[in-house]
Design a protein around this ligand. Structure first.
Ligand code: SF4
Length: 195
């Protein structure tokens, strides 16, 4: 974990670490006031219960709670974007696979701040292993959760399918912090969270 944190920092990402999801949630709520905030689909963020708390002092767009194109558009154009990651590699690369593309787009738009909130279970080995994790753990588990008619939802393995309900259509790898974003941060939680 220390090596990954060191490499993330070398790649231009801020890293903050917390022992529990509750402490990480408090940090998010304490550090965000008067902002427009977009949130990407995420079991991690769902488990942290931050949406209602952030809404108290910010305008928050999260299609997981309020579905629809207006929410997606509000999230992509927000000042701040919060999501998780499917994996972080040993080299300090942040990986996300997306079906629609809105979640990865939210991290690429020029923002004041992008936060990747990740449990320790998302930390992987070298890049090929991180990609393997994103494809064979995160993908199938999300497909199953979303009741998708895909082969991975049945046997838990990626088949690089051609299903119309495929949820893996775009891969974004943050090698380093893009210069369009003022602050890109990994909020690392020392607990297993999400897929
Ligand atoms: S089988 Fe299809 S939907 Fe499932 S993880 Fe692989 S590409 Fe994604």
């Amino acid at each position: 974990m220390e090596k990954i944190v060191e490499n993330l920092r070398k790649n231009g990402f801020t890293v903050t670490e917390f022992d529990t999801r509750e402490a990480a949630a408090d940090y998010l709520v304490d550090s965000l006031h008067g902002k427009t905030i977009g949130m990407g689909g995420s079991m991690t963020l769902g488990a942290m219960d931050v949406y209602d708390r952030l809404k108290g002092d910010n305008t928050v767009y999260w299609h997981q709670i309020v579905p629809g194109d207006e929410t997606i558009s509000g999230a992509d154009n927000a000042q701040v974007y919060i999501t998780s990651a499917n994996a972080i590699s040993e080299e300090g690369f942040i990986l996300n696979i997306d079906g629609r593309g809105n979640r990865v787009a939210g991290t690429l738009m020029e923002k004041e701040r992008v936060l990747f909130v990740v449990g320790q279970n998302k930390l992987a080995g070298p890049f090929p292993e991180a990609l393997e994790r994103a494809r064979n753990i995160a993908g199938p588990q999300n497909a199953k959760r979303l009741n998708k008619k895909t082969p991975c939802a049945v046997d838990g393995k990626c088949h690089d399918c051609a299903s119309p309900e495929r949820i893996c259509n775009a891969l974004v790898v943050m090698w380093k912090k893009p210069f369009g974003c003022k602050n890109m941060e990994v909020v690392l939680i020392h607990q297993d969270l999400g897929y």
